[in-house]
Design a protein around this ligand. Structure first.
Ligand code: ZN
Ligand code: ZN
Length: 271
Protein backbone atom coordinates (compact mmCIF):
# COMPACT_ATOMS: atom_id res chain seq x y z
CA UNK A 1 0.00 0.00 0.00
CA UNK A 2 1.13 3.53 -0.79
CA UNK A 3 2.73 5.20 2.27
CA UNK A 4 0.43 8.23 2.21
CA UNK A 5 -2.58 5.99 2.05
CA UNK A 6 -1.28 3.90 4.93
CA UNK A 7 -0.80 6.97 7.12
CA UNK A 8 -4.26 8.23 6.25
CA UNK A 9 -5.71 4.85 7.25
CA UNK A 10 -3.87 4.98 10.57
CA UNK A 11 -5.13 8.54 11.15
CA UNK A 12 -8.68 7.38 10.56
CA UNK A 13 -8.36 4.54 13.07
CA UNK A 14 -6.81 6.83 15.67
CA UNK A 15 -9.52 9.42 15.25
CA UNK A 16 -12.18 6.71 15.66
CA UNK A 17 -10.50 5.62 18.90
CA UNK A 18 -10.29 9.23 20.13
CA UNK A 19 -13.93 9.79 19.33
CA UNK A 20 -15.04 6.67 21.15
CA UNK A 21 -13.02 7.69 24.20
CA UNK A 22 -14.57 11.16 24.16
CA UNK A 23 -18.05 9.71 24.25
CA UNK A 24 -17.09 7.28 26.95
CA UNK A 25 -15.88 10.24 28.99
CA UNK A 26 -19.07 12.18 28.34
CA UNK A 27 -21.21 9.23 29.32
CA UNK A 28 -19.26 8.66 32.53
CA UNK A 29 -20.04 12.28 33.47
CA UNK A 30 -23.73 11.73 32.85
CA UNK A 31 -23.72 14.32 30.06
CA UNK A 32 -25.53 11.99 27.75
CA UNK A 33 -28.38 11.62 30.24
CA UNK A 34 -31.94 12.67 29.46
CA UNK A 35 -34.55 13.68 32.06
CA UNK A 36 -35.03 10.46 33.99
CA UNK A 37 -38.25 8.62 34.74
CA UNK A 38 -39.72 9.13 31.28
CA UNK A 39 -40.59 6.47 28.73
CA UNK A 40 -37.75 6.17 26.21
CA UNK A 41 -40.21 5.89 23.33
CA UNK A 42 -43.20 8.18 23.94
CA UNK A 43 -41.86 10.35 26.75
CA UNK A 44 -44.76 9.49 29.08
CA UNK A 45 -43.76 10.02 32.65
CA UNK A 46 -45.13 6.79 34.06
CA UNK A 47 -42.53 4.04 34.02
CA UNK A 48 -43.61 0.44 33.63
CA UNK A 49 -42.99 -2.27 36.16
CA UNK A 50 -42.55 -4.72 33.30
CA UNK A 51 -39.60 -3.03 31.71
CA UNK A 52 -37.72 -0.15 33.30
CA UNK A 53 -37.21 2.04 30.26
CA UNK A 54 -40.77 2.17 28.99
CA UNK A 55 -44.27 3.22 30.09
CA UNK A 56 -47.08 0.67 30.55
CA UNK A 57 -48.40 1.22 27.05
CA UNK A 58 -45.08 0.88 25.21
CA UNK A 59 -43.74 -2.01 27.30
CA UNK A 60 -46.49 -4.28 25.95
CA UNK A 61 -44.66 -4.08 22.63
CA UNK A 62 -41.29 -5.32 23.79
CA UNK A 63 -40.78 -9.01 22.99
CA UNK A 64 -38.19 -10.95 25.03
CA UNK A 65 -35.99 -13.16 22.89
CA UNK A 66 -37.14 -16.31 24.65
CA UNK A 67 -38.66 -19.69 23.87
CA UNK A 68 -37.15 -21.66 21.02
CA UNK A 69 -33.94 -19.94 19.91
CA UNK A 70 -31.10 -21.01 17.62
CA UNK A 71 -28.29 -22.51 19.66
CA UNK A 72 -25.70 -20.74 17.54
CA UNK A 73 -26.92 -17.27 16.54
CA UNK A 74 -29.57 -16.98 19.27
CA UNK A 75 -32.41 -15.87 16.99
CA UNK A 76 -35.92 -16.83 17.90
CA UNK A 77 -37.16 -19.76 15.80
CA UNK A 78 -40.63 -20.53 14.56
CA UNK A 79 -40.22 -24.28 15.03
CA UNK A 80 -38.63 -26.38 17.77
CA UNK A 81 -35.25 -26.84 16.15
CA UNK A 82 -31.70 -26.70 17.39
CA UNK A 83 -30.32 -24.35 14.74
CA UNK A 84 -31.75 -21.94 12.22
CA UNK A 85 -31.28 -22.67 8.55
CA UNK A 86 -28.50 -20.08 8.20
CA UNK A 87 -26.45 -21.66 11.00
CA UNK A 88 -27.03 -25.15 9.62
CA UNK A 89 -25.75 -24.20 6.20
CA UNK A 90 -23.04 -21.64 6.78
CA UNK A 91 -19.89 -21.47 8.82
CA UNK A 92 -20.20 -19.12 11.78
CA UNK A 93 -16.94 -17.76 13.16
CA UNK A 94 -18.40 -16.85 16.55
CA UNK A 95 -19.04 -19.54 19.16
CA UNK A 96 -22.46 -18.35 20.21
CA UNK A 97 -24.61 -15.20 19.97
CA UNK A 98 -27.15 -13.90 22.49
CA UNK A 99 -29.68 -11.10 22.39
CA UNK A 100 -32.21 -9.64 24.81
CA UNK A 101 -35.19 -8.88 22.59
CA UNK A 102 -36.79 -9.65 19.27
CA UNK A 103 -36.09 -6.84 16.83
CA UNK A 104 -39.70 -5.84 16.39
CA UNK A 105 -42.11 -3.43 18.06
CA UNK A 106 -40.66 -1.44 20.94
CA UNK A 107 -37.12 -2.89 20.64
CA UNK A 108 -36.98 -1.78 17.03
CA UNK A 109 -38.30 1.69 17.89
CA UNK A 110 -35.70 2.03 20.63
CA UNK A 111 -32.81 1.02 18.38
CA UNK A 112 -34.01 3.43 15.68
CA UNK A 113 -34.17 6.31 18.16
CA UNK A 114 -30.81 5.34 19.60
CA UNK A 115 -29.15 5.22 16.17
CA UNK A 116 -30.81 8.05 14.31
CA UNK A 117 -32.65 10.14 16.89
CA UNK A 118 -29.69 11.80 18.65
CA UNK A 119 -30.60 9.89 21.80
CA UNK A 120 -27.38 8.24 23.01
CA UNK A 121 -28.80 8.06 26.56
CA UNK A 122 -31.00 5.11 25.46
CA UNK A 123 -27.77 3.11 25.66
CA UNK A 124 -28.02 3.09 29.44
CA UNK A 125 -31.19 1.01 29.47
CA UNK A 126 -29.99 -1.16 26.59
CA UNK A 127 -26.67 -1.84 28.34
CA UNK A 128 -28.45 -2.70 31.57
CA UNK A 129 -30.52 -5.35 29.80
CA UNK A 130 -27.47 -6.67 28.01
CA UNK A 131 -25.55 -6.84 31.29
CA UNK A 132 -28.37 -8.83 32.88
CA UNK A 133 -28.31 -11.31 30.02
CA UNK A 134 -24.52 -11.50 30.16
CA UNK A 135 -24.72 -12.49 33.81
CA UNK A 136 -27.74 -14.81 33.49
CA UNK A 137 -26.21 -16.72 30.56
CA UNK A 138 -22.81 -16.76 32.30
CA UNK A 139 -20.91 -15.52 29.26
CA UNK A 140 -17.62 -14.95 31.14
CA UNK A 141 -15.59 -13.01 28.58
CA UNK A 142 -12.42 -11.01 29.14
CA UNK A 143 -12.75 -8.09 26.70
CA UNK A 144 -15.43 -6.24 24.75
CA UNK A 145 -14.89 -5.60 21.06
CA UNK A 146 -17.41 -3.06 19.74
CA UNK A 147 -18.68 -3.71 16.24
CA UNK A 148 -16.82 -0.99 14.29
CA UNK A 149 -19.02 1.65 12.64
CA UNK A 150 -17.99 3.57 9.56
CA UNK A 151 -16.61 7.04 10.21
CA UNK A 152 -19.09 8.52 7.82
CA UNK A 153 -22.03 7.12 9.79
CA UNK A 154 -20.47 8.20 13.09
CA UNK A 155 -20.30 11.73 11.70
CA UNK A 156 -23.90 11.59 10.52
CA UNK A 157 -25.15 10.44 13.92
CA UNK A 158 -22.88 12.64 15.95
CA UNK A 159 -21.69 9.70 18.04
CA UNK A 160 -20.40 6.16 17.74
CA UNK A 161 -23.49 4.47 19.16
CA UNK A 162 -21.86 1.06 19.59
CA UNK A 163 -18.90 2.59 21.47
CA UNK A 164 -21.34 4.37 23.81
CA UNK A 165 -23.22 1.11 24.37
CA UNK A 166 -19.99 -0.84 24.92
CA UNK A 167 -18.60 1.65 27.43
CA UNK A 168 -21.71 1.57 29.60
CA UNK A 169 -21.91 -2.21 29.37
CA UNK A 170 -18.23 -2.38 30.34
CA UNK A 171 -19.02 -0.56 33.59
CA UNK A 172 -21.73 -3.07 34.46
CA UNK A 173 -19.83 -6.25 33.63
CA UNK A 174 -16.36 -4.97 34.52
CA UNK A 175 -14.38 -6.02 31.50
CA UNK A 176 -12.47 -3.52 29.32
CA UNK A 177 -13.42 -2.31 25.86
CA UNK A 178 -10.70 -2.84 23.26
CA UNK A 179 -10.70 -0.40 20.34
CA UNK A 180 -8.55 -0.66 17.27
CA UNK A 181 -8.10 -4.46 17.38
CA UNK A 182 -10.72 -5.21 14.75
CA UNK A 183 -11.15 -2.28 12.37
CA UNK A 184 -13.04 -1.50 9.21
CA UNK A 185 -10.54 -1.44 6.39
CA UNK A 186 -13.02 -0.36 3.79
CA UNK A 187 -16.47 1.13 3.77
CA UNK A 188 -19.37 -1.04 2.74
CA UNK A 189 -23.00 -0.46 1.93
CA UNK A 190 -25.38 -0.45 4.86
CA UNK A 191 -26.53 -4.00 5.67
CA UNK A 192 -30.10 -2.75 6.00
CA UNK A 193 -32.23 -3.88 3.12
CA UNK A 194 -29.80 -6.60 1.98
CA UNK A 195 -30.71 -10.29 1.96
CA UNK A 196 -28.80 -13.26 3.38
CA UNK A 197 -26.10 -13.90 0.78
CA UNK A 198 -25.82 -10.21 -0.09
CA UNK A 199 -25.17 -9.45 3.56
CA UNK A 200 -22.32 -11.94 3.64
CA UNK A 201 -20.80 -10.62 0.44
CA UNK A 202 -21.18 -7.06 1.69
CA UNK A 203 -19.00 -7.74 4.77
CA UNK A 204 -16.34 -9.75 2.96
CA UNK A 205 -12.93 -8.13 3.26
CA UNK A 206 -14.40 -5.19 5.20
CA UNK A 207 -12.81 -5.94 8.59
CA UNK A 208 -9.13 -6.34 9.38
CA UNK A 209 -6.65 -6.55 12.24
CA UNK A 210 -5.93 -3.09 13.64
CA UNK A 211 -2.84 -1.89 15.52
CA UNK A 212 -4.26 -3.10 18.84
CA UNK A 213 -4.77 -6.64 17.59
CA UNK A 214 -2.41 -8.16 20.16
CA UNK A 215 -4.85 -7.24 22.92
CA UNK A 216 -7.01 -10.09 21.65
CA UNK A 217 -4.34 -12.77 21.85
CA UNK A 218 -5.58 -15.41 24.28
CA UNK A 219 -8.69 -13.32 25.08
CA UNK A 220 -12.31 -14.36 25.44
CA UNK A 221 -13.96 -11.79 23.24
CA UNK A 222 -17.46 -10.38 23.56
CA UNK A 223 -18.53 -8.67 20.34
CA UNK A 224 -21.09 -5.98 21.10
CA UNK A 225 -23.61 -4.69 18.59
CA UNK A 226 -27.13 -3.26 18.67
CA UNK A 227 -28.85 -5.74 16.36
CA UNK A 228 -28.09 -9.17 14.95
CA UNK A 229 -29.91 -9.82 11.69
CA UNK A 230 -28.33 -12.72 9.82
CA UNK A 231 -25.15 -12.73 11.89
CA UNK A 232 -22.97 -11.99 8.84
CA UNK A 233 -21.34 -8.91 10.42
CA UNK A 234 -20.77 -10.67 13.75
CA UNK A 235 -19.23 -13.64 11.97
CA UNK A 236 -16.89 -11.42 9.92
CA UNK A 237 -15.70 -9.60 13.06
CA UNK A 238 -15.31 -12.90 14.93
CA UNK A 239 -13.17 -14.26 12.10
CA UNK A 240 -10.70 -11.38 12.56
CA UNK A 241 -10.79 -11.71 16.36
CA UNK A 242 -9.84 -15.37 16.02
CA UNK A 243 -7.04 -14.43 13.61
CA UNK A 244 -5.78 -12.10 16.36
CA UNK A 245 -5.54 -15.15 18.62
CA UNK A 246 -8.81 -14.91 20.58
CA UNK A 247 -9.57 -18.16 22.36
CA UNK A 248 -13.31 -17.68 22.26
CA UNK A 249 -15.73 -15.27 20.65
CA UNK A 250 -19.27 -14.63 21.82
CA UNK A 251 -21.68 -12.01 20.55
CA UNK A 252 -24.09 -9.94 22.60
CA UNK A 253 -26.72 -7.72 20.98
CA UNK A 254 -29.70 -5.82 22.32
CA UNK A 255 -32.05 -7.32 19.74
CA UNK A 256 -32.13 -9.91 16.98
CA UNK A 257 -34.51 -10.57 14.14
CA UNK A 258 -36.88 -13.50 14.45
CA UNK A 259 -35.76 -16.27 12.15
CA UNK A 260 -38.44 -17.05 9.62
CA UNK A 261 -36.49 -18.29 6.62
CA UNK A 262 -38.11 -15.56 4.58
CA UNK A 263 -36.75 -12.30 5.94
CA UNK A 264 -33.84 -13.42 8.04
CA UNK A 265 -31.13 -14.74 5.81
CA UNK A 266 -32.45 -18.21 5.06
CA UNK A 267 -32.05 -19.83 1.69
CA UNK A 268 -35.73 -19.60 0.85
CA UNK A 269 -35.61 -15.85 0.42
CA UNK A 270 -33.24 -16.31 -2.50
CA UNK A 271 -35.53 -18.51 -4.52
ZN1 ZN B 1 -44.29 4.99 26.29
ZN1 ZN C 1 -28.83 -19.48 13.86
Amino acid sequence: MHMGKLLKKKDKTLSAIRQAKRYAFLSSLGILSPASGRCLICGDERASLMWGGLCEKCSVNIIPNAGSTCEKCGRQLIAEEKYCETCRERERCFDRAYSCFVYEGAARQLVTRFKYGKAPYIARQMAEDMANLYIEADLSCSVIVPSPSSLERIKERGYDHIAVLSEILSKYIRIPVVYGAVVKKKENKSQAGLKGREREENVQGVYAKGENWERLRGAYVLIVDDVLTTGATASAIAEIAKKCGAKGVKVLTFASTRYSGVHSGGEREEL
